[in-house]
Design a protein. Structure first.
Length: 300
């Protein structure tokens, strides 16, 4: 991805964290109600950082209820008609890829009819999605070589999946959808508290070591990283709520409410996971109109 392609996907909604490169674009959509109908000119790779549910229709099919779990991968080929709506959405990574870019990076799929898929568990994609989100958050400060390498790896990984039968189960059968939801509900209910592996294991009926191993095998991330993700997500929501009220948020209070030991601890977590500080996130919220919705049509 060293030469800029004139057909690089463009992003219509500039308030969402994004990064554009040669033949691809990365956008991070925050949790927000949406309803979109589109036929993308480019291939669209999506990754759920948060679970979401709603109604969708793909490729001319009838509208149906959908429920996407967190850490799940989706692919929509160029020209595929899509309708999707959700009353709350969820944080979602979108990587749009020009057809010629996919053909160059994955020549084996260049002439194949590409299949649409959604809600696929692929632990190998999770670290790529986390890296792409961080780069999008950094925007102009992101290193081009780093993000282009991640984008290329993401395209190649999806190409591997397109060339095989889609997995019908998660990598670890014992990490069922019920157990995954139970773990995330446990996190949400106790974000401000100390969370112990023993309590989690008891809650889902697995041994501590087996739970830790199967969670990582199924999601591509660890329980600790997943907990940090939820704490940071809650902190971001609290910052956004304060921004809508036009009230300067108390970052120390937000840190305490989301389980961080201090403002400094929260700052370290934000910088490590997102590449920015809570103060920088506050400035992003201030620049955005408090009534401006997230435009999910950026996936077009």
């Amino acid at each position: 991805m060293s030469q800029r392609d004139q057909n690089t996907p463009t992003l219509a909604h500039r308030s969402a964290p994004h990064h554009e490169g040669p033949g691809f674009a990365v956008t991070v959509l925050r949790a927000s109600p949406y309803e979109v109908s589109y036929s993308p000119a480019h291939h669209v790779i999506g990754f759920t950082f948060e679970g979401q549910r709603g109604i969708d229709a793909v490729g001319g099919s009838r509208r149906r209820l959908f429920e996407a779990e967190p850490w799940r991968l989706a692919f929509t080929p160029a020209g595929c008609d899509v309708f999707s709506a959700s009353d709350r959405g969820g944080e979602y990574l979108v990587l749009t890829v020009a057809p010629e870019t996919l053909a160059r990076l994955a020549p084996g799929n260049a002439s194949a009819r590409l299949a649409q898929f959604t809600n696929v568990a692929d632990p190998l994609f999770t670290p790529l999605a986390i890296g792409l989100r961080r780069a999008a958050m950094l925007c102009a400060a992101a290193q081009p070589l780093a993000i282009e390498t991640l984008a290329a790896a993401a395209v190649e990984r999806v190409s591997v999946l397109l060339g095989t039968s889609m997995p019908k189960t998660t990598p670890e059968r014992r990490m069922t959808s019920w157990r995954l939801k139970r773990i995330l509900d446990h996190f949400e209910a106790r974000l401000a508290e100390e969370i112990c592996l023993a309590d989690l294991a008891t809650d889902v009926g697995l041994s501590e070591s087996y739970l830790a191993r199967t969670f990582r095998a199924a999601t591509g991330t660890t329980l600790h990283v997943a907990l940090m993700e939820r704490r940071i997500a809650r902190a971001r929501l609290l910052i956004e709520a304060a921004s809508r009220r036009r009230a300067p948020p108390s970052l120390a209070d937000i840190a305490a409410a989301t389980g961080f030991s201090s403002h400094a601890h929260m700052t370290t977590a934000f910088r490590r996971v997102l590449g920015i500080t809570p103060s920088a996130w506050v400035r992003m919220m201030v620049r955005r109109s408090p009534f401006e919705p997230t435009d999910h049509s950026t996936v077009i």
